[in-house]
Design a protein around this ligand. Structure first.
Ligand code: BG6
Ligand code: MG
Length: 216
């Protein structure tokens, strides 16, 4: 029986990929590299450091450790400028309702995100008070598909991993949940997220109990 829900942030609760894209593209342009939306897709769920390493690799650029740190800092400053204006209206359809349904069913709710900006964004969209635990890139060190972020979430909720259900939009995130022995709802393309327990193109019309909990 499911007793807790763990939500990824970017791509499940809010669509921040477009803001990450703007900031990475701006950085790439400064370095003389063309960064595309197709490449941006491959950065979903990937940590900030993992993302810059990929972009530099695609662009055939090698930078010192100091330069990498500098560009990650600059990219994040731009990203924070872009997300500073986010509003509750930018919550992806259904995400806030599913969180509310989980709470009304007596389930505990955690965040499980790679982002180091998760609290800032949850505050912007007015959801921060809905979470019993927030586990993000400021807390864990191993990147998805390592299950650390979700196992830490389960632990903070006081639950066995097998009693937790994860919502994820990234392949690495689905794998992380599976690696942690958790059921996982893929949000997105079912052919890409084929390893998920169930997938939905989005959460707009999905009912937590009837469409998910009663079926897994
Ligand atoms: C993930 C995003 O949730 O967080 C990635 O899908 C992002 O695109 C990663 O790189 C780290 O985020 P941040 O906010 O710490 O740079
Ligand atoms: Mg995501």
């Amino acid at each position: 029986m499911i007793e807790g829900i763990i939500f990824d942030l970017d791509g499940v609760i809010v669509d921040t990929a477009k803001y990450h894209f703007q900031a990475w593209k701006r950085m790439a342009a400064e370095l003389g590299v063309n960064f595309t939306e197709v490449e941006n897709e491959q950065l979903k769920g990937v940590s900030r450091r993992g993302s810059i390493d990929k972009i530099l690799n695609w662009g055939g650029i090698s930078l010192s450790e100091e330069e990498i740190e500098k560009w990650m800092r600059i990219k994040n400053e731009w990203y924070l400028e872009y997300v500073a204006g986010m509003q509750p209206s930018e919550i992806l359809p259904g995400a806030d309702r599913i969180i509310a349904e989980a709470k009304s069913l007596g389930l505990k709710v955690s965040l499980g995100s790679a982002s180091k900006n998760s609290r800032f964004i949850l505050e912007k969209v007015n959801l921060i008070d809905q979470f019993d635990a927030i586990v993000d890139g400021t807390v864990v060190s191993a990147s998805k598909p390592d299950p650390e972020v979700f196992l830490t979430g389960a632990k903070q909720l006081g639950l066995e991993p097998s009693k937790c259900l994860v919502f994820e939009d990234a392949v690495a995130g689905v794998q992380a949940a599976n690696n942690g022995n958790m059921k996982v709802i893929g949000v997105g393309d079912s052919t890409i997220l084929a390893e998920a327990t169930l997938t939905f193109p989005n959460l707009e019309n999905v009912r937590l109990k009837e469409d998910i909990i009663d079926k897994i």
